[in-house]
Design a protein around this ligand. Structure first.
Ligand code: PLP
Ligand code: COI
Length: 342
């Protein structure tokens, strides 16, 4: 199949129209047949719970074209489990494993010409989402749902790619509550992060490093990614009930352990930042984005982490290994890749 005419290497993280999306409706107590659509719009009731009461959840995963020409999707069952958890979290109907996996495969195969070529650095971003469709004016869960998977080719999330960027701590805003929706991927968390995120961008930061919303003593995560630091040969990453359990972070913890690093998932106090040798934001979109400096906008403290302005050696190794596995260049010893058969 002929590839779409796209300048793959200059792609950012944006929406590029593709040929098809796939949809499945939950009605009368069951999921229906998967439908293929070439429309970029959706017909939705003006009183749908998704529009009024935020019954919306989503996921993000990627497909890669390898050196061997094969197309690999990274750990899709983990995204399936997480969106099922998110559904339970805000009382939506969880999609079934079979439907999720079939829809991922269909969305990738139907849009084969948009899978970026090997070597371009780009990938096909897969975005599943689910919304409450039933009209409700009183606040209660919908009885009808729509599950959609759209795909779009993407480049790096942070414009600088793998160069260190600066992030900031800002105590004025929380994106989630201590026992709220932070552990689920619900649209409302991202709405709640917009003011802080836009302010951070306008000040030249790539992201906000949120603190725990209860005490503001510990590091939580970045707006669109988890956070880790390297210190004394250890990979340390926050343990918190208000962060999203990142599949990338889980993979990096495993790779770090494989490399002989000790892995600690624990509370990390703000005053520990000064001792970090490396730090990075990690996620599907962010991959692993090294942090140059962390500025605490409330105290005025500026922590310089990447002292030579370059990604640290551990982060570079983790990034190369993770990418290598996804491109089929490094042995997939943990069985993370799902190969799409065409
Ligand atoms: N944290 C938040 C708030 C996110 O939006 C994401 C992105 O999905 C992540 C962390 C990283 O998760 P994952 O590595 O599963 O993409
Ligand atoms: C992802 O990494 O997949 C995300 O969902 C982050 C962001 C684009 C919301």
């Amino acid at each position: 199949m002929k590839n779409a005419e796209i300048d793959w290497s200059s792609l950012g993280f944006g929406y590029v129209p593709t040929d098809y999306n796939v949809r499945c409706y939950y009605r009368d107590g069951k999921w229906g047949e998967i439908e293929v659509s070439s429309s970029e719009t959706l017909n939705i009731h003006i009183a749908a719970t998704a529009l009024h009461y935020g019954q919306e959840i989503f996921e993000g995963l990627k497909a890669f074209r390898g050196k061997d020409g094969k197309v690999r999707v990274f750990r899709p069952m983990e995204n399936c489990r997480r969106i099922q958890e998110s559904a339970r979290g805000i009382m939506m109907e969880p999609i079934t494993d079979d439907k999720f996996m079939e829809m991922v495969r269909m969305a990738v195969k139907l849009n084969e010409r948009f899978i970026p070529p090997y070597g371009s650095g780009a990938s096909l971003y897969i975005r599943p989402l689910e919304i409450g469709m039933s009209p409700k004016v009183g606040v209660s869960p919908a009885t009808e749902y729509c599950f959609i998977i759209l795909v779009t080719p993407v480049g790096p999330y942070f414009k600088s790619g793998f160069k260190p960027t600066n992030i900031c701590i800002m105590r004025e805003f929380d994106r989630v509550a201590p026992r709220g929706t932070g552990r689920w991927k619900v649209g409302g968390n991202y709405a709640a992060s917009l003011q802080a995120g836009e302010r951070a961008h306008s000040l030249g930061y790539s992201a906000v490093l949120y603190l725990d919303p209860k005490e503001k003593l510990y590091l939580d995560e970045c707006g669109p990614a988890n956070f880790y630091a390297i210190k004394d040969g250890k990979y340390i990453t926050p343990a918190s009930d208000s962060i999203l359990p990142s599949i990338t972070n889980d993979s990096l913890m495993q790779l770090a352990a494989d490399m002989g690093l000790e892995v600690e998932r624990r509370h990390i106090r703000v005053d520990e930042i000064g001792s970090f040798e490396e730090a990075a934001a990690c996620g599907t979109a962010a991959v692993t984005s090294p942090v140059g400096e962390i500025h605490d906008l409330d105290t005025g403290e500026k922590y310089v982490i990447a002292k030579d302005g370059q990604p640290g050696p551990v982060t570079r190794r983790l990034y190369d290994t993770l990418n290598g596995i996804r491109l089929g260049e490094v042995e997939d010893t943990h069985g993370w890749n799902e190969i799409i058969e065409f």
